[in-house]
Design a protein around this ligand. Structure first.
Ligand SMILES: Cc1cc2nc3c(=O)[nH]c(=O)nc-3n(C[C@H](O)[C@H](O)[C@H](O)COP(=O)(O)OP(=O)(O)OC[C@H]3O[C@@H](n4cnc5c(N)ncnc54)[C@H](O)[C@@H]3O)c2cc1C
Ligand code: HEM
Length: 292
């Protein structure tokens, strides 16, 4: 299995100067490109999306959209091929991912498509990707990992976008991926200055309310900022690198403790572990607090 033009996605230089806004890369950047919580379901427009009106779409957006129209109906195959390429060609990245790649594995690929769709809307693009880049710190993602993902993205598109792929389409994807990944890298770098990549939290209370619902209370190792009604991501020690979202069951408390109401879904990895296995003294990890 080979990637057709692996040189298309070059190496990354790391974070930009802080505060610098990503700009639309030009041709020279195509030759030297540097390099999100769930993908924003509410900004996942279809091919006729108002986000990119045909009459105002940039030439790159039009090329990207053509590729997406071809690969989206077969996104399962493209995703499988993308991960196969990634793990065969970059085995050093495999340990960052869960041991068993579950049904949620398509989120990375879908988020790249969502971002590509927003390529002409820099404000929404930046908001979406900044959150995603910040959230990637808990996975251990580093700036130098981005070219590998980009290379495999281009490899998968080359293989499956057979009728719409061209040198121009590839150049547009490289420019888009360069811009997408640079926003993520920059936001992670900014976040690194002010927050940990994750919080450790000790289970201090576990109350079974029904046979499959538990109220779990944890004490974070440092203050965890959030607002009532928000949710976080968490990882249990029993399913390393498997992160799931849970809503805070109360407003912030003076003692800093956090509670979650968890329902064990049938055969659910994380929820079953939290309801049936977690006990006081166990330590879980929390992802970054939500952005208000
Ligand atoms: C923003 C947000 C907030 C959330 N807040 C909470 C919360 O406060 N409390 C809570 O208990 N959960 C909450 N969830 C759901 C939680 O994130 C997990 O999806 C859920 O606990 C299942 O994870 P799992 O690893 O146990 O199951 P998985 O291993 O992901 O799934 C195992 C099997 O169960 C199926 N499955 C997954 N979810 C359900 C379901 N809800 N009902 C039936 N079958 C299902 C899957 O399709 C799969 O076949 C929230 C989700 C989101 C997106
Ligand atoms: C432009 C580039 C990328 C985009 C748009 C992207 C997007 C996503 C999305 C949407 C998720 C789902 C979970 C979440 O929202 O956090 C995810 C998960 C993940 N990403 Fe990325 N990602 C990118 C690059 C990378 C890179 C370079 C790495 C490092 C190798 C990486 C590693 C991971 C890991 C380990 C997960 C968890 C997988 C899982 O839970 O199954 N991502 N990514």
């Amino acid at each position: 299995m080979t990637v057709a033009r692996t040189t298309a996605v070059p190496t990354t230089a790391g974070p930009r100067t802080r505060g610098a806004r990503p700009r639309r890369p030009g041709r020279e950047e195509h030759q030297r490109p540097d390099e999100v919580a769930p993908a924003p379901q509410d900004v996942r427009p279809g091919p006729d999306s108002p986000f990119i009106a045909p009459e105002t779409a940039s030439p790159d957006a039009i090329l990207l959209r053509r590729t997406m129209a071809e690969v989206e109906p077969i996104s399962d195959k493209v995703t499988s091929y993308f991960y196969a390429l990634l793990f065969v060609q970059h085995p050093e990245l495999r340990p960052l991912f869960p041991a068993a790649m579950d049904a949620q594995r398509d989120r990375l690929f879908k988020a790249i498509l969502t971002a590509a769709r927003l390529i002409d809307d820099l404000d929404i693009l930046t908001e979406f990707l900044s959150r995603l880049g910040r959230g990637h710190r808990k996975y251990g993602t580093q700036p130098e990992h981005y070219p590998a993902v980009g290379e495999c993205l281009i490899g998968a598109l080359t293989r499956y976008a057979v009728t719409t792929w061209s040198d121009e389409a590839e150049a547009a994807w490289v420019r888009a991926y360069t811009q997408i990944s640079q926003i993520m890298i920059d936001s992670a770098a900014e976040d690194e200055l002010i927050a940990p990549a994750w919080w450790q939290a000790e289970v201090v209370g576990h109350e079974l309310r029904t046979h499959d619902i538990a109220v779990i209370t944890v004490r974070p190792d440092q203050p965890y900022p959030f607002l009532a009604g928000q949710y976080t991501s968490l990882e249990t020690p029993w399913w390393p690198r498997v992160w799931r979202h849970y809503s805070f069951a109360s407003a912030p408390r003076p003692d800093g403790l956090l509670s979650f109401h968890v329902k064990a879904v049938p055969a659910g990895w994380v929820s079953s572990a939290l309801v049936h296995r977690a006990r006081p003294g166990d330590v879980i990890r929390l992802g970054p607090p939500p952005v208000p």
